[in-house]
Design a protein around this ligand. Structure first.
Ligand SMILES: Nc1ncnc2c1ncn2[C@@H]1O[C@H](COP(=O)(O)OP(=O)(O)OP(=O)(O)O)[C@@H](O)[C@H]1O
Ligand SMILES: [Mg+2]
Length: 214
């Protein structure tokens, strides 16, 4: 169980706190969502959880134990809002190998199949994939790491309807065996996937009842 307790983030350059005493609990097998308008702090929240940024107050714990940023980077897999900005490999194959101590090519094929990229050549350059395919590749890279906590930033942004249905089915499957947190400005799409939902408003995290999900 991942727990955020009174997490605050107030960078010196921001007039008001971006996040103000945000608390939530995220259990494996109980997918959850945080909604909020553009600029409400959704991406910032994921950066704090995943250890890319340090909170100014509060704690992040796993099964009761406080976590350092380094431990969070290891525990969490973050699929970025704009994955294309974060590719480092020259090919899809290289991208999959990054961060893997021992590369299991059979497992990599299975994961590529799972995210619907079974037909993509590993020699292809990541930049040559479509936006939706890049998002799936980025998810495949994280699934290969098999993180206990999977964090997805706007996973359906820029996907057309046919692909969205597939992605939602995949998320439902992924959320069964790990902690899964989705941040999105279109919560209504995830009604069948998540069991818990919150909304970020002016730095505060408010519980969102299921019937408020649109
Ligand atoms: N280090 C920082 N210094 C100053 N302001 C910051 C910093 N980090 C985040 N912010 C501010 O926090 C606010 C929230 O940004 P964030 O990217 O988390 O929003 P978001 O909800 O993900 O938006 P979007 O839906 O557009 O992706 C923005 O106003 C941003 O400028
Ligand atoms: Mg964002």
């Amino acid at each position: 169980m991942l727990e955020l307790q009174a997490l605050s983030y107030h960078p010196a350059t921001a007039a008001a706190p971006v996040l103000h005493e945000v608390s939530l609990q995220l259990a494996s097998g109980e997918p959850a969502l945080v909604a909020g308008r553009s600029g409400s702090g959704k991406t910032t929240l994921l950066e704090l959880i995943s250890g890319l940024a340090e909170p100014d107050g509060g704690q992040i714990r796993w099964d009761g134990e406080p976590l350092t940023a380094r431990q969070r980077r290891w525990l969490c897999g973050l699929v970025f809002q704009f994955p294309e900005r974060h590719f480092l490999g020259l090919s899809v194959g290289q991208e999959l190998r990054l961060g893997q101590r021992r590369f299991d090519s059979q497992r990599a094929s299975r994961v590529m199949e799972q995210v619907g990229l079974g037909d993509i050549s590993l020699q292809q350059a990541p930049e040559r994939l479509s936006g939706g395919q890049q998002r799936r590749l980025s998810l495949a890279v994280q699934l290969l790491r098999d993180p206990r906590v999977l964090l997805l930033d706007e996973p359906t942004a820029g996907l057309d309807w046919t692909v969205r249905e597939e992605v939602l089915a995949l998320l439902l499957e992924l959320g069964r065996e790990r902690a899964l947190l989705i941040v999105t400005h279109e919560p209504e799409l995830f009604r069948g996937v998540v069991q818990k939902a919150w909304r970020l408003e002016q730095g505060h995290l408010l519980t969102m009842p299921p019937d408020a999900m649109g």
